[in-house]
Design a protein around this ligand. Sequence first.
Ligand code: C2E
Ligand code: MG
Ligand code: MG
Ligand code: MG
Length: 276
Amino acid sequence: QAKAKGKNQFVVHTSDLSDEMIAESVLEIELRNALDNQEFVLHYQPQIHNVSGALIGFEALIRWEHPRLGLLAPGRFIRLAEENGLITQIGEWVISEACIQNKKWQDAGMAPVKISVNLSTQQFLTRNLISYVEEVLELTALNPKYLVIEITENMAMEYEYSIHVLKELKKLGVGISIDDFGTGYSSLNYLKNFPIDYIKIDKSFVSELMNDVNDAIIVIATITLAHNLQKEVIAEGVETQAQLDFLKHHNCDITQGFFFNKPLPASEIENIYLHH
Ligand code: C2E
Ligand code: MG
Ligand code: MG
Ligand code: MG
């Protein structure tokens, strides 16, 4: 808090700033340099097909290898990156890194799988998104069917423009997933007009699946709705055999969760899935 001192001078008393506020602004400055310093990494969480048990893809999840604070989860910095506009640049790095990695794995002989990346709404609405994705696919020579873009329901706020962007992405051949389904501010209306391939059931509905009948009802209804609309369903946050059994019994298509694997660095993915 700045206090008036004499004529036109202002003095900032650091004692007026909470440690938390200082830490937050230091983090923001560091975030501005993190891309240049190559401090971001992607971890990859396997997605398993429920009927065949086959690996069908990975979700790429960003982490920040912070020099002082260690490995930071996106919950610590994505909101900050959205507030100061860095999210688009960071998100572009995520798209290219994920495509490069997926192509490397295919070239190394791993069975081809899809890689999913998360887009913040802000990035989804930037004008050059489509040309950026097109360019990355060209440069990496990754077949577009092995890239999936995860968006949230909030992009339905820009209804007409979002339909346009999604249709262009579909023309490129990439898949579209609705993340955190049922947790955003939007009507179900978009489900009939948006070209969506997958619906991801948020882990908040999965975690209490076996204890809360309301969650169970919502999960069953979501699977039915998705299937009737010709979309596949991915359940995230699956941690127990009981949850998996329930989801399988109700014809959920794909499972992602700690029950199978936590998000892992590329090297560990290779240890598991790449035969030497
Ligand atoms: P999300 O896209 O819904 O990703 C799923 C989150 O659930 C991940 O957290 C994952 O580690 C966690 N998770 C998966 N399975 C389980 C489980 O069985 N139990 C529990 N308790 N958690 C599980 P993470 O990696 O911390 O990411 C949090 C959120 O940050 C993501 O939620 C996504 O919204 C955002 N995010 C992650 N990477 C990116 C990115 O590259 N760009 C943008 N814009 N957002 C990202
Ligand atoms: Mg996601
Ligand atoms: Mg999700
Ligand atoms: Mg989620």
